[in-house]
Design a binder for this molecule. Structure first.
Ligand code: ADP
Ligand code: ASP
Ligand code: MG
Length: 472
């Protein structure tokens, strides 16, 4: 049986029109003889709004939190009513939605009384987004003739208890997928699950981190040995840069796991950074496709990409970073000094993106976060420390830069008008990255894009789409 995991992001399920389109894409796969397992995000912007409900309530604004929740309730009720016309199913679904919002309101009232939002409660609150969307979408599928069965993803995706960014436990997920999903597939049903949400071994709700529905799709695909994992989103695939920054970005037709992982890690929002891992382990191709343009062939992510005449495949940007400079003239070369620095980052569980050293200083980049003052205070016991926010990391990725001379010169010529703070080329030699002020980031991407994607390799990039856009 050819099992495919189809993950639909927030914009692909943002309203009744988008959900109806999603249903016809899934129905198309069923008619083609595939067995889809569907993973859906919360409706667009719902996760942000739920988080706002939580912070509002915990700040004591009970009325504000309940007003936000009431708007979300209406949005879900209205969408459900528009999608499900069969009377008994519609009544059942809308009653269920009301029950979920009654529970949520209860939690918000409690929060407004205790005035403290823990990561555990935050996960519980945001989980309503995917719980609601998945149940509603399963009902909409049934009404459109798809033999859909709703599955609560928290019964399948088992994680540790690191709330807000939990780590999945592969063996437990494999077992649960065999118990809860495989029998449905064998009966010819289309299981529909929410992405992003999970639970720990004690059954307490956790989440996989923002954008984590892609990760759910890949985890299920990996656990069930799917033939392919499809990530359906609002762009034609992985593009040569974020099309919101660079409107003339081109679709990349094919890219390697290693390149896609690097791009995702360095900020290309189109994929959650951990998505590729389960696919790599089982060598399952990942396809990135556009739910608003389903006939487009998208991007195929595979283990070995063909040779590309253009050095880079895509340019990613990670914003909201900080640079920390640690300056100590006598200590740097002493044995154990770098370890002492990294132990501090470890103690605060703060990942470091980039490091560069000079004779007297070590500079590190991290996501801007509220732990920075505490980290700086610990580091200042070792040396002088200063940190600065509003930085961005620009990263050019491509396997075909390996062994090419003069790439750095071409990159830095393209951004010669921009002040570059730190430079790095990873050992994998498939990326070149540098740090600049956040306000220069979009301009840097556009300049690099103009320099490197003038004459792209037509076997790898969709140059036809660019030609069509120019002639229309
Ligand atoms: P979804 O809700 O479907 O998960 P996301 O908003 O998380 O979608 O990701 C899709 C968005 O990623 C696109 O709309 C685009 O603006 C952004 N993006 C950033 N970098 C890239 C890139 N290199 N290729 C394609 N999209 C990108
Ligand atoms: N709904 C979650 C988020 O907005 C997960 C996802 O959409 O991937 O982060
Ligand atoms: Mg996403």
């Amino acid at each position: 049986m050819s099992l495919v995991v189809m993950k639909f992001g927030g914009t692909s399920v943002e309203d009744q029109t988008a959900i109806a389109r999603t249903a016809s894409i899934v129905a198309g796969r069923v008619s083609a003889g595939k067995s889809p397992v569907v993973v859906v995000s919360a409706m667009a912007k719902v996760t942000d709004q739920l988080l706002r409900c939580g912070t509002c309530a915990a700040a004591g604004d009970r009325t504000g939190a309940l007003a936000l929740s009431s708007r979300l309730r209406s949005r879900h009720r209205d969408t459900a009513a528009a999608l499900v016309k069969e009377r008994a199913s519609a009544v059942e679904l809308i009653n269920w939605i009301d029950q979920k919002f009654d529970q949520l309101d209860e939690i918000l009232r409690g929060l407004a009384a205790i005035l403290e939002l823990t990561p555990r409660i935050s996960d519980l609150i945001v989980s309503y987004g995917e719980r609601l969307s998945s149940r509603m979408i399963a009902a909409a599928f049934q009404e459109r003739g798809i033999n859909a069965a709703h599955v609560d993803a928290r019964d399948v995706i088992v994680t540790d208890s690191h709330f807000q960014k939990a780590t999945p436990i592969d063996t437990a997920i494999e077992k649960r997928a065999e118990e809860k999903i495989r029998p449905l597939v064998n009966e010819g049903k289309v299981p529909v699950l929410g992405g992003f949400i999970a639970s720990n071994e004690a059954g307490i709700t956790t989440t996989l981190g923002r954008g984590g529905s892609d990760f759910t799709g890949a985890l299920i695909g990996g656990a069930m040995h799917a033939e392919a994992i499809e990530i359906w989103t609002d762009v034609d695939g992985i593009m040569t840069s974020d099309p919101r920054v660079c409107p003339d970005a081109l679709r990349v037709k094919v890219i390697s796991f290693e390149e896609a992982a690097e791009l995702a890690y360095f900020g290309a929002k189109v994929l959650h950074p951990a998505t590729i891992l389960p696919a790599v382990k089982k060598n399952i191709p990942v396809l990135v496709l556009n739910s608003k343009n389903p006939s487009n062939e998208g991007t195929r992510i595979i283990s070995l990409a063909p040779h590309c005449k253009s050095p880079f495949k895509s340019i990613a940007v990670k914003k909201k970073l900080s640079i920390i400079d640690v300056v100590a003239s006598r200590m740097l070369m002493t044995h154990g000094y770098l370890k002492a620095i990294f132990d501090i980052f470890d103690k605060h569980q703060c990942p470091v993106d980039m490091v560069s050293t000079s004779e007297v200083s070590v500079s590190l980049t991290v996501d801007s976060n509220d732990k920075l003052p505490a980290i700086a205070a610990d580091l200042s016991k070792l040396a002088d420390v200063k940190y600065e926010g509003k930085k961005a990391l620009v990263c050019l990725v491509g396997e075909d830069i390996r062994g090419q001379n003069g790439m750095a010169a071409q990159v830095f010529t393209a951004v010669r008008h921009i002040n570059v703070r730190m430079i790095s080329q990873g050992a994998s030699e498939i990326n070149m990255s540098f740090m600049i002020d956040e306000e220069d980031a979009d301009e840097a991407v556009r300049s690099l894009h103009a320099a490197f994607f003038q004459d792209p390799d037509p076997t790898i990039f969709d140059v036809e789409a660019r030609k069509a856009a120019v002639s229309s």
